[in-house]
Design a protein around this ligand. Structure first.
Ligand SMILES: NC(=O)c1ccc[n+]([C@@H]2O[C@H](COP(=O)([O-])OP(=O)(O)OC[C@H]3O[C@@H](n4cnc5c(N)ncnc54)[C@H](OP(=O)(O)O)[C@@H]3O)[C@@H](O)[C@H]2O)c1
Length: 364
């Protein structure tokens, strides 16, 4: 097995990923820009460490010279993916990350040709968003090959980590997004609402600008993709009002205060991760004749899936199982890949779904 470097290894997800990689015998190099945090983690986990920041492309490429695969856990990825991808292309290192940011995935996809020429795999979004939704999309496309539109969704109430809150705040002026006719299209926040049976009865859901609208499209070729997240009523109202609050979020003092507030907690504790669940739903449709298929998945806690998914993807990339170029999880390893992750159940297929189904297959 080749060498793995985890960048952002002392962040909330990064440290869970580092521990899991060590447990699997991957012997990772721990890396990041902060000397003190890295030194402490290196001493704690008794692994090699490498400190470097991402401003200088030559420094990044040099730091990756002897590395076979980088697993980037340093978000917001709008600040870290571009320099690490550049460094990987220069040093011939494969690249995996856990971003869910649409512009980041699109910019990595733009480097597909370069990556193929360099023999380098670029596999972003190896996390809750997008492994389960991407694999579900591939499964739905197998069930209905003529489909021209996809709706995907996730239902999981969970306390986000500080890093996730920061990433959302950084992107809070990007509004919503869907994929239409193959292109990412900006739409207002909470643009569309819909009642969805994720697997435990119908719940209100709203469109969310998640990276799944990229990966599901590149995996299946389906040109229209919407991504929904279940929201309880008060959160939905808050999000809808966010349309009118956007100018406020864009104000620097307000964003600064929100970021400080987000700094009070690192992320969900172990007990919360053990109890968490995510319900994943997908629908493929042929718009002209209304033909429609629905499938579902149930996964453990989003952070558990993220850690297991990211390390498993890195392991498979190190084993040489992914082709060179831009890859999505399902493209690289097939629709069934998600079923190999710990605790994932599915696919639950509806053969002839009703428009609304009062009792889901998971509960029958
Ligand atoms: N796609 C998904 O489903 C999914 C799931 C979970 C998390 N995520 C994303 O993963 C990211 C990490 O989450 P987290 O909870 O682990 O956050 P976190 O605890 O804040 O950790 C972030 C890490 O990134 C590093 N970092 C940030 N900006 C950097 C920069 N410009 N240069 C170098 N290092 C930088 C930080 O190092 P310093 O301390 O040195 O700044 C830290 O090590 C977030 O963006 C989150 O949204 C995605």
């Amino acid at each position: 097995m080749g060498s793995l470097l985890i960048y952002g290894s002392y962040g909330y997800v990064g440290s869970l990923v580092a521990e899991d990689a060590i447990d699997r015998g991957l012997d990772p190099i721990l890396a990041g820009r902060d000397r003190d945090q890295l030194r402490e983690q290196v001493a704690d986990l008794e692994q090699p460490g490498r400190r470097f920041s991402l401003e200088e492309p030559d420094v990044v490429a040099e730091a990756l010279e002897d590395v076979d695969c980088v697993l980037n856990c340093a978000g917001p990825f709008s600040n870290t993916a571009e320099p690490l991808v550049e460094g990987c292309l220069r040093s011939g290192t494969d690249y995996v990350d856990i971003t869910g940011e649409i512009p980041v995935i699109e910019s990595i996809q733009d480097r597909d040709e370069e990556a193929r020429a360099a023999g380098v795999t670029l596999l972003p979004a190896a996390a809750l968003s997008t492994i389960p939704m991407d694999c579900l999309a591939a499964h739905l496309a197998d069930r209905l090959p003529e489909a021209d539109s996809l709706a995907l969704g996730v239902d999981s109430i969970r306390i986000p980590s500080v890093g996730t809150v920061r990433t959302v705040l950084e992107g809070s002026n990007t509004e919503g997004a869907v994929r239409r006719d193959g292109r990412v299209e900006s739409v207002p926040t909470a643009w569309r609402t819909r009642e969805i049976d994720f697997g435990r009865g119908e719940r209100p859901a709203v469109t969310m600008p998640m990276g799944d609208i990229c990966t599901a499209h590149y995996t299946t070729g389906i040109p229209n993709v919407e991504m929904y997240a279940m929201l309880p009523q008060p959160a939905r109202l808050a999000l809808e009002s966010h349309r009118y609050l956007t100018p406020l979020f864009e104000s620097k003092p307000v964003r600064w205060v929100l970021k400080q507030l987000a700094g009070v907690r690192d992320g969900p504790a172990e007990w919360a991760r053990e109890r968490g669940t995510a319900y994943v739903w997908g629908e493929a449709r042929v718009e002209d004749d209304g033909e429609r298929v629905v499938s579902r998945l149930r996964t453990p806690d989003p952070y558990v899936v993220t850690v297991d998914g990211a390390v498993t993807v890195a392991e498979r990339v190190l084993a040489g199982d992914a082709d060179a170029g831009f890859q999505t999880p399902a493209d690289a390893f097939g629709a069934e890949f998600v079923l190999g992750l710990d605790g994932v159940e599915g696919f639950f297929d509806e053969e002839t779904p009703e428009e609304t189904s009062p009792l889901s297959p998971l509960l029958r």
